[in-house]
Design a binder for this molecule. Structure first.
Ligand code: TGC
Ligand code: FAD
Length: 392
C-alpha cells in the first residue's frame, strides 16, 4: 500500500465537542494505526492472514475493554473514547476492528456483566492484556437473524453440563482461547457458557475463501459432547436478552467504526482527485467528481453528529437498542456507499491494493451483514416507532 497520508475530515469542528481525554485517546489510536496497521494490513488481507503481531498494540491503546473498569485490567474509559478507538481502528481495517469489538463487547462485556467475581478475575485481566483471545458464538448454520431459534444445547449431568451443537461465522474462532457460547438448557432457556480451547469434543475449523474481512479469521465452533464444568456458566443473566445486550455494545462500536472506514475512503479519494489530471485539469475540478466528494463529506458529518449524540446518551445509560440500531444501520450504509463512490473516483487504480478503498468496500459487505443485517436494523426501528414486531 502507498504511504498512509490520512488526514481526518472534521467539517463541523466536532473536535470541540470532545474532552482532552477523548482527544488523547483518539490521537494515540490514530498514530498507532498509521505506524502499525497501515504498513502491514494490505498484505495480510491479500494473504487472508490475521496479523497476530498487532495484538499487543491493540491492548496497549486500550482497544481490549476500553470501558471495562481498571480493576479488571480494562482502560476504564467512557463510551465516547470507546467509540473513537473503534473509529480509528476501522479507519485502518474493519477486520482489525472486529477483533477488538469481539474481545471487548462480546467476550469481556458478558463476563463482566453476567459473570461472577471468580470468572471476572480469571478471564478479564488476561483478555485486556491480549494474553487470552476470545470469540462469541451466537449464530448457527440454521439460525442467523433469528438466534432465538438456536438448537445448540446443554444438558445437566449432575456435576457438569454436556454441550452439543454448532456455531458458524464466528470471528476469531480459529485461534480463540475462550469462547462465550449461547446454548439452550433443558427448559429452553438461553444460557452463556465459557468454553475453553482444549476441552475434549470442542473444535474450531476455519472458514476459507472469504472475499471480505480477509485480515480477520472466521470459523465454526463445533461441540460434540463437550463436558462443561458448572463454574463455566455465566450466572447473572439468561434468555435471549443476554446475548442481545452484548450486541448493543458491539453495534454501538461499529457505528463509530464505520465512520473511520468512510473517512479513509473520502480522504483518499479527495487527495487522488486533486492530483489526477484528465482533460488538462485535476478531476477534482469536474462537477461530477465534486458532487461525489461533497455528498461524501455531508454524509460523514451527519454520521459523526448522530454518533457523538449517541455516545452522550450511552454515557448517561440512556441509549436504547433502537437508537443504536439506527446508528449502526445508517453509518455502515453510509460507509459502503462512500467506498463505492470513492473507488470510482480512483478509476482503475481504485481496484488495486495500492489504495485501501477496495479493501474497505469488501470489508463493509460483512459489516453490513453481521451484528444484525441492514434489514433487521430497519425492522428494529420499525418495531420501535410502531410498537408492532415484524418478526412474529
Ligand atoms: P425479542 O422477542 O424481541 O426479544 C427477546 C428477549 O430479548 C430482549 N431484548 C433485549 N435485551 C437486551 N438488549 C437488547 N438489545 C434486546 N433486544 C431484545 C427482549 O426484551 C426479550 O426479553 P424476554 O425477557 O422477554 O425474553 O426477540 P426476537 O426473537 O423477536 O428477535 C428480535 C431480533 C430479530 C431483533 C433479534 O433476534 C436480533 O437482533 N437478530 C439479529 C441477530 C444478530 O444481530 N446476530 C449477531 C451475531 S454476533 C455477530 O454478528 C458478531 S460479528 C462481530 C465482529 O466481527 O465484529
Ligand atoms: P439470514 O438470517 O439467513 O438472512 C438472509 C437475508 O434475509 C438477509 O438479507 C436478512 O436481512 C434477510 N432476513 C432475515 N430475516 C428477515 C426478516 N424477518 N424480514 C426481512 N428480511 C429478513 N456471528 C456470531 O455469532 N459471532 C461472530 O463473531 C460473527 N462474526 C461474523 C463474521 C463475519 C465475517 C460474518 C459475515 C458474519 C459473522 N457472524 C457472527 C454472523 C452474522 O451475525 C450473521 O451472518 C447475521 O446475523 C445474518 O445471519 P445469516 O447470515 O444467517 O443471514
Amino acid at each position: 500500500m502507498s504511504q498512509d497520508l490520512f488526514q481526518a475530515p472534521d467539517y463541523y469542528q466536532l473536535d470541540e465537542l470532545l474532552s482532552e481525554e477523548h482527544l488523547l485517546v483518539r490521537d494515540a489510536a490514530r498514530e498507532w494505526v498509521k505506524r502499525e496497521v497501515s504498513p502491514i494490513i494490505e498484505e495480510a488481507a491479500q494473504n487472508a492472514k490475521f496479523p497476530k503481531s498487532i495484538i499487543s498494540g491493540l491492548a496497549e491503546i486500550g482497544a481490549f475493554g476500553p470501558y471495562i473498569p481498571e480493576e479488571y485490567g480494562g482502560a476504564g474509559l467512557d463510551q465516547i473514547s470507546y467509540g473513537l478507538i473503534m473509529q480509528e481502528i476501522e479507519r485502518g481495517d474493519s477486520g482489525v476492528r472486529s477483533t477488538a469489538s469481539v474481545q471487548s463487547s462480546l467476550v469481556m462485556y458478558p463476563i463482566w456483566k453476567y459473570g461472577n467475581e471468580a470468572q471476572r478475575q480469571k478471564y478479564l485481566p488476561k483478555l485486556a492484556s491480549g494474553e487470552l483471545l476470545g470469540c462469541f458464538g451466537l449464530t448457527e448454520p440454521d439460525h442467523g437473524s433469528n438466534p432465538g431459534g438456536m438448537t445448540t444445547n446443554i444438558k445437566d449431568m449432575g456435576d457438569y453440563y454436556l454441550l452439543n451443537g454448532a456455531k458458524m461465522w464466528i470471528s476469531n474462532a480459529p485461534f480463540a482461547d475462550v469462547a462465550v457460547v449461547w446454548a439452550k438448557n433443558e427448559e429452553g432457556r438461553i444460557k452463556g457458557v465459557l468454553v475453553e480451547r482444549g476441552m475434549a469434543g470442542f473444535s474450531t475449523p476455519e472458514t476459507h475463501n472469504k472475499w471480505s474481512l480477509r485480515a480477520s479469521a472466521t470459523g465454526e465452533l463445533i461441540f460434540d459432547n463437550v463436558k462443561i464444568p458448572k463454574e463455566n456458566i455465566l450466572p447473572n443473566k439468561d434468555g435471549l436478552g443476554a446475548p442481545l445486550g452484548c450486541l448493543d455494545s458491539a453495534r454501538y462500536g461499529i457505528a463509530w467504526g464505520a465512520i473511520g472506514a468512510a473517512m479513509d475512503c473520502y480522504d483518499t479519494a479527495l487527495r487522488y482527485a486533486k492530483q489526477r489530471i484528465q482533460f488538462d485539469k485535476p478531476i477534482a475540478g469536474m462537477q461530477l467528481q465534486q458532487k461525489k466528494l461533497a455528498e461524501m463529506i455531508t454524509e460523514i458529518t451527519k454520521a459523526q453528529l448522530l454518533t457523538w449524540r449517541l455516545g452522550v446518551l450511552k454515557n448517561e445509560n440512556r441509549a436504547t437498542t433502537a437508537q443504536i440500531s439506527m446508528a449502526k444501520r445508517n453509518n455502515v450504509d453510509m460507509a459502503i456507499h462512500i467506498a463505492r463512490e470513492a473507488r470510482q473516483i480512483l478509476g482503475a487504480m481504485g481496484i488495486t491494493g495500492e489504495y485501501s478503498i477496495m479493501r474497505h468496500m469488501m470489508n463493509l459487505e460483512s459489516v453490513i451483514t453481521y451484528e444484525g443485517t441492514h434489514d433487521i436494523h430497519l425492522l428494529i426501528t420499525g418495531m420501535d416507532i410502531t410498537g408492532i414486531s415484524a418478526f412474529k
